[in-house]
Design a protein around this ligand. Structure first.
Ligand code: GLP
Length: 257
């Protein structure tokens, strides 16, 4: 594929500017589609990175009456092995940080289940892919970046053609989540994650990374050839991907494009 080495376009800005720009892009999309009598399918992420966007979407709902009734959402991933309603489940996170604040109903907001029995893993993942396809595919996917280059929970070793599946979490990922779970041993060992191919099927992808802790992985993502060893590099070559990162995360890459 000749597009394989297309760089990921990036915008250097503060986390606040990124939140306002991306939230505005989402609200413009929602309003344009509503005017055309159509819906919007959003792909959503968790972690600290998208919190500013979610706060801004909640503000637009409150202050500018942004109406989410034509939105369907699909989250990237969910821990496996947590009881429903677990405080650290991504479903809970999404309710607390976005869904309740914008009035998104349970039937509009899809997240893989955190308590699927092993015998049902495959069927559950296949069903998640089917739901995305039936909704018409994802219009705009938000992404954060793991310290090891994961997107969603596609850890190093994830191939380009992967779809939603059960994944083993990398040690660094579990260490990064240890604080949330009161120790690394309490962090689930597995998760369900959209695959790389699922993510790349989104029509627009907005990747965000802030802070010096992301500098090394941002630099490697921007400069390395696409490889399963660094799953975020598969974003190179997508026709509408953009990275929003602050000066701390961009470091030396800040001047280059
Ligand atoms: C978790 C999530 C990812 C997220 C990453 C980075 O592993 N599954 O979707 O992008 O963490 O998190 P943060 O935004 O807190 O740096």
């Amino acid at each position: 594929m000749t597009t394989a080495l297309t760089p990921i376009p990036h915008v250097q800005c503060s986390p606040e500017e990124a939140a306002s720009t991306v939230a505005r892009e989402i609200s413009d999309l929602i309003r344009a589609r509503r005017a055309a009598g159509r819906g919007v399918v959003l792909g959503l992420a968790t972690g600290r990175t998208p919190l500013g966007i979610y706060a801004e979407l909640a503000r637009l709902h409150r202050e500018e009456r942004l109406d989410f009734s034509n939105v369907t959402a699909f989250n990237l991933d969910e821990y496996l092995g947590l009881r429903p309603g677990h405080p650290r489940s991504y479903r809970r996170y999404m309710r607390e940080h976005l869904f309740d604040a914008i009035g998104l109903l349970a039937e509009q907001a899809h997240i893989p289940s955190s308590d699927v029995a092993p015998g049902q893993w495959e069927a559950h993942c296949r069903e998640y892919e089917r739901l995305i396809a039936d909704a018409g595919g994802i219009d705009l996917q938000l992404l954060g970046l793991g310290r090891n280059g994961h997107i969603g929970f596609n850890e190093p070793g994830s191939e380009r053609d992967t779809r939603t599946r059960v994944v083993e979490l990398a040690r660094t990922t579990r260490e990064d989540a240890a604080g949330d779970f009161g120790g690394v041993d309490n962090v689930p060992e597995r998760a369900i994650s959209m695959g790389i191919a699922t993510i790349l099927s989104a029509r627009r992808i907005r990747l965000l990374a802030f802070g010096v802790g992301k500098r090394e992985i941002v630099e490697r993502t921007l400069t390395s050839p696409p490889s399963p060893q660094l799953p975020a590099t598969f974003l190179r070559g997508h026709s509408d991907v953009r990275l929003y990162a602050d000066a701390a995360a961009l470091g030396a890459a800040g001047g280059a494009r």
